[in-house]
Design a protein around this ligand. Structure first.
Ligand code: FEO
Ligand code: CA
Ligand code: CA
Ligand code: CA
Length: 601
């Protein structure tokens, strides 16, 4: 292959796969198989998956739906055992439930769906390092986190009047986590998970506080308020319930009885995820974060205290005290930006940036807003401080090798539309269909820096298409087309990997996973590694290239189909047979003709 990362993990990039293909495609010489699928039992007392007779009690004991963020964590003392953690971001009712169930029992649909979301923790085992994992039924750390699971609110806004409800007069205990999208694995062994599109589960009020988070005063898309009154903020006692979602959650996968926490110090918005960098000099940690909506912001949290190697109890407090910042980007060729993606005369989209401080511990630095208001209505605080409106910030992740930060800006079809912000050097394309990736470098490589430099790594798209593209000078004729960057990860050599979530109807290709070189003559070289089936999104990449393994979460295969007329048969490929892909698929084959979101290795 023409792999460029050295002796390990060479592959010949695959060709883009057409968006009508229901296949999981990997390079020649690679194989794939599922680790775990929606409905697989985590416990021996869980019923076998039977989607015709699904119940909330069964779903609460089974792997959930629409897996997004993924962590694969080998045990430090025994790498043949480990634990998998993943987010179950949302549900596709029409693909999950038989049509007649909708008319018979909408209450059951809502309750089953509440159990299908949240998080899963599942133990894994393997025969040797580098061989495939098998999940362990009844593993001691197995756990389902659902809409019923108690969470502890921590940080400066915990206990605030803005977070109290009739069920929780202390403002410190919330039931459930929702719309958990991406996340990050901390150096102290916990998982961070971002509560993203929580607005879709609430009925809001006609105030700016709700409107700024697009929580509408109308029936919610899933109608959960008809089953549980707390999801309607017009119900007396539940005015604040929606203020208790939209946080970064921290979960200790090694402690199955500990309540997960919601971190108010990291602000409330549509959190994509959070990723940590420990400053090698000061030991303070930064968490980099994106607010995934059009024209929203990139944030950084910096801890007050220092990381202490080996002291997990202490390190688990680092995200409770510190400072929250929001990013301002300034280009050095702004006047030349025409919105068409024309590369500026200096040859780069680049410039300087500032981190504008919103909080300092328990103190607000935003005029007219209390500390609780800044942390609960963080979008309004960032508006007041003049943050730069970005093209949907998804993963924002520091390289563990260089500390440089990579932000995926997935797309923005409203950029440049009248009444909206026009293109600037950091978001240089109007009607930005395919998105871009920004590289940020903290001044002095210091996580506490309040200034940084930045440049665009990629202006995504198909070089053979009609969009202007940019690959940091790499020959566009030699790259894989890439659109709508979403999750990012790094391999052991420091290459960037990008998974995509592009609407296939726009780009006519299935989503995939791509390796991108960052250094030297390989910088900007995009190589497609895999492609997911029809209507699916590639999520949660874990790149264990040193073990010759890659793991992805295949979310919403066949999303536009229905239970009765599936668009996908991934991953079991019944009733049309297992298609001879490989024998290990047959080992897992089910008897149900349904697409099942899965973790794949
Ligand atoms: Fe759930 Fe921002 O993707
Ligand atoms: Ca420039
Ligand atoms: Ca995402
Ligand atoms: Ca990531």
């Amino acid at each position: 292959g023409r792999g460029t990362s050295g002796a390990h993990f060479n592959f010949k990039p695959i060709a883009p796969v057409s968006s009508d293909v229901d296949e999981f495609t990997v390079p020649k010489g690679f194989k794939w198989e599922p680790v775990i699928r929606w409905g697989d039992p985590l416990f021996s007392h869980a019923p076998a998956f039977d989607p015709y007779h699904q119940t909330e009690e069964a779903q609460a004991l089974q792997f959930g739906y629409n897996n997004d963020y993924l962590a694969i964590i080998p045990d430090t003392h025994n790498p043949l055992h480990g634990v998998l953690v993943c987010n179950h971001e949302y549900i596709n009712e029409q693909a999950m439930y038989p049509a007649d169930l909708f008319s018979v029992d909408p209450y059951a649909i809502a309750r089953i769906s509440m159990m299908a979301q949240g998080l899963s923790v599942v133990e894994l085992t393997r025969k040797k390092v580098g061989s495939p994992w098998t999940y362990v039924v009844d593993g001691a750390r197995n756990r389902r986190i659902t809409t019923d699971t108690p969470f502890t609110l921590v940080g400066p806004a915990a206990g605030s009047d803005l977070l109290k409800t009739v069920d929780d007069p202390t403002g410190t205990v919330v039931l459930g986590t929702n719309n958990n999208c991406s996340g990050g694995y901390t150096p102290w062994g916990t998982v961070l998970s971002g509560e993203e599109n929580f607005d879709s589960y609430f009925v809001g009020q006609n105030t700016e506080r709700f409107k700024r988070y697009t929580i509408k005063n109308q029936r919610s898309p899933h109608g959960w308020e008809e089953v549980d009154p707390r999801f309607n903020t017009n119900n007396p006692g539940y005015e604040n319930e929606a203020h208790r979602f939209g946080y970064i959650v921290e979960l200790d996968p090694q402690n199955p009885t500990a309540a997960p926490r919601k971190h108010t110090a990291l602000g409330r918005f549509k959190h994509e995820g959070a990723n940590i960098h420990v400053d090698p000099v000061t030991g303070r940690v930064a968490a980099y974060m994106g607010d995934d909506a059009r024209f929203e912001y990139i944030y950084k949290f910096v801890s007050r205290d220092r990381y202490i190697e080996g002291n997990k109890a202490h390190n688990m407090t680092l995200l409770e005290n510190g400072s929250l910042y929001v990013a301002v980007f300034t280009g050095n060729s702004e006047a030349e930006i025409d919105g068409n993606g024309t590369v500026p005369a200096d040859g780069n989209y680049d410039g300087a940036g500032r981190w504008v401080q919103l909080t300092d511990g328990n103190r607000s630095l935003v005029p007219g807003m209390s500390i609780e208001e800044v942390l609960v209505f963080t979008r309004q605080a960032a508006d007041l401080m003049g943050a730069t409106k970005m093209d949907r910030p998804e993963d924002v992740e520091p390289s563990p090798i260089t500390g440089k930060i990579y932000a995926a800006l997935t797309n923005n079809n409203q950029r440049g539309v009248s009444g909206s912000a026009a293109a600037d050097e950091a978001n240089p394309r109007n009607n930005n269909r395919s998105g871009h990736v920004i590289e940020m470098i903290e001044d002095g490589n210091d996580v506490e820096a309040t200034s940084f430099t930045w440049n665009l790594l990629l202006l995504c798209g198909d070089p053979q298409g009609d969009e202007p593209v940019y690959f940091s000078g790499f020959d566009p004729a030699k790259v894989s087309p890439i659109s709508c960057p979403d999750n990012v990860a790094f391999d052991s050599k420091g290459n960037l990997w990008i998974s995509t979530d592009g609407a296939p109807d726009k780009i006519q290709k299935n989503d995939g996973l791509f390796r991108v070189g960052l250094d030297g003559t390989n910088r900007g070289n995009v190589e497609q590694f895999l492609s997911v089936p029809i209507e699916a999104e590639t999520c949660g990449p874990v790149i264990a290239d040193h073990e010759n393994m890659v793991y992805v979460a295949v979310q919403h295969p066949g999303e536009d189909g229905s239970f009765d007329q599936p668009h996908s048969y991934f991953p079991d490929y019944v009733p049309s047979g297992n298609r001879g892909k490989k024998s290990t698929v047959a080992r897992h084959h089910g008897t149900v003709a349904l697409p099942r979101p899965s973790i794949v290795q």
